[in-house]
Design a binder for this molecule. Structure first.
Ligand code: SF4
Length: 60
């Protein structure tokens, strides 16, 4: 399931600033996946594209 490793997230903002259909900023300032990580096909595609862009490898 789509998941952010909170321990690793810096949080630089790349994912939730540019791809808000899949990522959001949580109250702790770090990234979260929308809909508790349950993504539709289109969202999963975006997730997979953004994953290698995370500078902290926090998108798992
Ligand atoms: S791109 Fe990575 S480090 Fe930056 S906010 Fe998203 S999960 Fe956190």
């Amino acid at each position: 399931m789509a998941h952010i490793n909170k321990e690793k997230c810096i949080p630089c903002g790349l994912c939730f600033n540019s791809f808000s259909e899949v990522f959001k900023q949580w109250a702790d300032g770090k990234a979260e996946v929308v809909n508790d990580g349950k993504l539709n096909e289109e969202q999963q595609k975006i997730y997979d594209e953004v994953k290698p862009m995370c500078p902290a490898s926090a998108i798992e």
